[in-house]
Design a protein around this ligand. Structure first.
Ligand code: ADP
Ligand code: MG
Length: 355
């Protein structure tokens, strides 16, 4: 792995960073124009930029120990360079001239574990470009540009939650986000609580294809109900008339939105934990994006005396689980649960709080 000093020689010109995110409640709601409650991870991705004098963009990722270099007016080769290139193109679309740059990327976020290292990379890159070029862009604009970079250049059809969280959330609060209006507010975590995240170690192999399938099912459910999106369904019972699988898919989204609003209305930790448990059951039974390993991890977490509630977080089919724990007890709960889960051959590890 190369150091920034070795990479830049004279040192970078600007430096910026952005966190990953953990979604506490409101899963698979963002592309349904709904509500969600992510918070930022303590882990961050850092992007350093310097001007290049050879007309080529060159990016180095210390996380991957990988380098790409390409002519500034050409497309980046497939791989992580697409995320950075996408951010540069989005800035250019805003009318700015972006000179050829050298970028150094490093991160303590696990990649591909469901903590949205991709959004952290995009927002850190956009923040660094904003600094370098003195761009008059606010944090919401940056989030939307990051989302477009991911959709159009990394070819991942993502919602807007990850980039909004990376751009606007912090570790001490949860970000209430309305995906339709982009209205947002930082709310205190439930009293006397803290967040525990365990990466199950199970790769999210099916996540991409099933994610697209669920999105299409939700669009079809909305069409059948005659609404623009499932966010517009406020009376849960109307979904019961839909044919399967639309009935259960819509039931998850509609009930999940209500759970987020309920959690914000009166956020004691015990109720919040119950809502997380209901969310997991709904993701497992109605949305069908869980797998036995995640169910087992959630069961172990839920049985722990310091845990108010637990669920899978992120798109599902592997990746991480989140639990709301009694304050100052999350690390201990993680240390108790991880070995029990790994006893059946898994390779889970605690990712929040930091060891
Ligand atoms: P997640 O966002 O949940 O971590 P994704 O599959 O959406 O998972 O994004 C992971 C991809 O994002 C990586 O494969 C890589 O292409 C890119 N990426 C994220 N962080 C970095 C990094 N620090 N260095 C290089 N590439 C990164
Ligand atoms: Mg991602």
């Amino acid at each position: 792995m190369m150091t920034p000093e070795a990479y830049f020689g004279t040192g970078p010109v600007v430096m910026a960073s952005a966190p990953g995110r953990v979604n506490l409640l409101g899963e698979h709601t963002d592309y349904n124009d709904g509500y969600m409650l992510p918070c930022a991870t303590p882990q961050r991705t850092q992007v350093m930029l310097a001007l290049a004098d050879d007309g080529h963009h060159a990016f180095y990722s210390a996380s991957l120990d990988e380098q790409v270099r390409f002519e500034a007016d050409q497309a980046a080769p497939p791989g992580f360079g697409r995320y950075l290139e996408g951010c540069i193109r989005l800035v250019e679309e805003q009318g700015a001239d972006v000179p050829a740059v050298r970028a150094y990327v490093c991160s303590d976020l696990p990649l591909g574990a469901g903590l949205s290292s991709s959004a952290a990379l995009e927002i850190a890159t956009l923040r660094a470009l904003r600094l370098l070029l003195h761009l008059p862009l606010d944090d919401v604009a940056l989030a939307l540009m990051g989302q477009q970079a991911e959709i159009r250049y990394a070819q991942v059809n993502c919602g807007v939650m990850d980039q909004m969280a990376a751009s606007l959330a912090d570790e001490q609060h949860m970000l209430l986000l309305d995906a339709r209006t982009l209205q947002h507010a930082l709310l205190d975590l439930p009293n006397d609580s803290e967040v525990l995240v365990i990466d199950s170690g199970v790769a999210r192999t099916l996540a991409g294809s099933k994610y697209n399938e669920r999105r299409a099912e939700c669009e079809q459910a909305a069409r059948l109900l005659g609404v623009a999106s499932l966010r517009d369904v406020l009376e849960p019972s109307v979904v019961e008339g839909l044919p399967e699988p639309y009935r259960r898919r819509a039931r998850h989204v509609v009930s999940e939105n209500l759970r987020v609003l309920q959690a914000c209305a009166q956020h004691g930790p015990a109720l919040f934990g119950q809502l997380m448990a209901q969310s997991h059951a709904s993701l497992r039974d109605d949305y069908e994006v869980s797998i036995p390993a995640l169910d087992a991890l959630v069961a172990l977490l839920s049985a722990h005396s310091a845990v108010y509630g637990a669920r899978l977080t992120g798109a599902g089919f592997g990746g991480a689980c989140v639990a709301l724990c009694r304050k100052h007890c999350a690390a201990k709960a993680g240390q108790d649960v991880v070995p029990r889960f790994n006893a059946s051959g898994h390779k889970a590890r605690m990712v929040v709080p930091l060891a």
